[in-house]
Design a protein around this ligand. Structure first.
Ligand code: F3S
Length: 69
């Protein structure tokens, strides 16, 4: 059985393109500066794994890390 995915937004790299938020609104939220943060502790709920990878590959700043636990 594959492990759970966890996402993390690197605040030094995020420039607020917000593609992550449009592609996976369940997984990302934007702060008052428009920078993205992972929802909760970043654990990806079952069924949203594809969205996590999609967001990662679509971030122009390569600011999203996806790790398998
Ligand atoms: Fe930031 Fe990339 Fe999302 S730059 S707002 S993590 S698409």
């Amino acid at each position: 059985m594959p492990g759970k995915l966890k996402i993390h937004v690197d605040q030094d790299k995020c420039q607020g393109h917000a593609r992550c938020k449009s592609l996976a609104p369940e997984l990302f939220e934007l702060d008052e500066f428009g920078n993205a943060h992972e929802v909760g502790d970043g654990t990806v709920p079952a069924g949203l794994e594809d969205k996590a990878w999609l967001a990662q590959t679509n971030c122009p700043e390569i600011a999203i890390e996806v790790t398998e636990e």
